[in-house]
Design a protein around this ligand. Structure first.
Ligand code: SF4
Ligand code: SF4
Length: 420
């Protein structure tokens, strides 16, 4: 698509990247067919092609407008359109740039500023989030059912918490792990919402002779600030995290992992987001190259070698692939064989490519659209009445759980529970 940058953006490296993405788009509209918001709204402006066109106008006219902001706000950043696009349009970085411009140019109404300000402060900080969650638990009986199911009745503790540090000496180190250790991002809300997930990864890796290290000083991966278009805060957090992890990275790790696929996407983007920072660019790129999702640390043989077996008569399981795993990290179809290697039966799920509506803070900032997408997703997941739903991202887990009585959990906790 031919684009002429407004002089305001001529010397902006991020605008140049956005311009490249615009040029790559041939306006074919294939992406509309797989875009959840286009499917729900039926409006060209709420599909990827329409959003790309609106960003093009902003780049050419030199200023954002409130209408474009509304349609960009409705985008889930699920990146389904990138998987579909035959021209390789980098929608992810294009929409991030478009959002940054409209955020600067169009001040939001007071209520939106208040909500976004609260999210920016509470979510990435462990203690304010825990305090808010504690209050939510107290008020739980008074809350509407959807919100009530989003808040666990009690803290879900880790089932088995292997000692931090090196695995027991009897465990033989799995082949392919040169250093025998991985760096785990503990995350901001993960342990407060479901402490079993990180503990499950520690347990399964310890059984393979792999040490899991983490650094308490490293906080949220930065996704919350990034999704809320607070780019200066995002970069500040990325630098702080890299500094906090530096000592462990220097000692050597085989991978950097997060049990939330949403955080994994963010960690893989550190190199891009700090590319213009001379002090951090190289370190950030090297860091991002080491990021792996937990599914990349296991294969069928590893699952069988650990002796994980589904008990006889275990009800079938519905797998929900988070967008951040299948579109953001390109790891579609990787978890299912591991579950099957352990003997779990999987039900067939329609529209597996579509987002469940969780999408970071989207469920809070766009509750109506998010609720419709959750309903649509749950109808497909529950069509064959599975005994449980499994996924790979704490955000999808809590969001789906808020709409159903069927238990929803992380695939790691399901496997760890049946690991002898
Ligand atoms: S599929 Fe790709 S090239 Fe076609 S309109 Fe969508 S983004 Fe543009
Ligand atoms: S990221 Fe998702 S919601 Fe946004 S335009 Fe692409 S497919 Fe649609």
């Amino acid at each position: 698509m031919e684009t002429r940058l407004h002089p305001r953006f001529e010397n902006d490296p991020a605008a140049r990247i956005a311009e490249d993405a615009l040029r790559a788009c041939v306006h074919c509209g294939f992406c509309n067919a797989t875009c959840p918001t286009y499917q729900e709204q039926g409006d060209e402006l709420d599909g990827p092609r329409g959003r790309i066109y609106q960003i093009k106008q902003v780049l050419e006219q030199g200023e954002g407008n409130a209408s474009t902001r509304t349609h960009l706000d409705r985008c889930l950043t699920c990146l389904n359109c990138m998987t579909t696009c035959p021209s390789g349009v980098d929608y992810n970085h294009l929409v991030a740039f478009g959002r940054e411009v409209v955020e600067q140019d169009c001040p939001r109404p007071f209520r939106e500023r208040l909500l976004r300000g609260l999210l920016l402060r509470a979510l990435p900080s462990r203690w304010p989030f825990r305090a808010a969650l504690g209050l939510g638990r107290l008020a739980r009986p008074l809350l509407p059912p959807g919100l009530r199911r989003r808040i666990p009745a009690r803290r879900i503790p880790a089932r088995r918490r292997p000692a931090r540090g090196a695995p027991a000496p009897t465990h033989q180190r799995a082949p392919g792990f040169e250093h025998g250790r991985v760096l785990l991002l503990d995350g901001c809300v993960h342990d407060a919402l479901d402490a079993r997930i990180n503990a499950a990864l520690r347990q399964l890796l310890a059984a393979r002779g792999i040490e899991v290290v983490s650094v308490a000083a490293a906080g949220c991966c930065g996704a919350v600030e990034h999704h809320l278009s607070a780019q200066a805060r995002t970069r500040q957090r990325l630098r702080r995290n890299l500094d906090a992890w530096q000592a462990e990275l220097t000692r050597g790790v085989d991978a950097v992992v997060s049990t939330a696929s949403g955080c994994g996407v963010m960690l893989r983007d550190y190199g891009h987001l700090l590319a213009d920072d001379p002090a951090y660019a190289e370190r950030a790129a090297a860091f991002s190259a080491q990021v792996r999702d937990p599914v990349e640390l296991f294969d069928d043989d590893a699952i069988r070698g650990l002796g994980i077996r589904a008990p006889d008569g275990h009800p079938p399981v519905a797998w929900h692939a988070p967008c951040t795993l299948q579109h953001g990290q390109g790891l579609a179809g990787r978890v299912e064989p591991l579950l099957q290697a352990a003997g779990f039966r999987l039900v067939v799920v329609n529209e597996p490519h579509l987002c469940c509506g969780s999408a970071g803070t989207y469920a809070i900032t766009q509750p109506e659209l998010s609720g419709r997408l959750r309903q649509r997703k749950l109808e497909h997941l529950e069509a064959a009445t599975p005994g449980r739903i499994v996924t790979a991202n704490i955000g999808c887990q809590t969001h789906l759980q808020s709409g159903t009585e069927t238990p929803v959990e992380h695939w790691l906790t399901l496997l760890a529970r049946h690991c002898p």
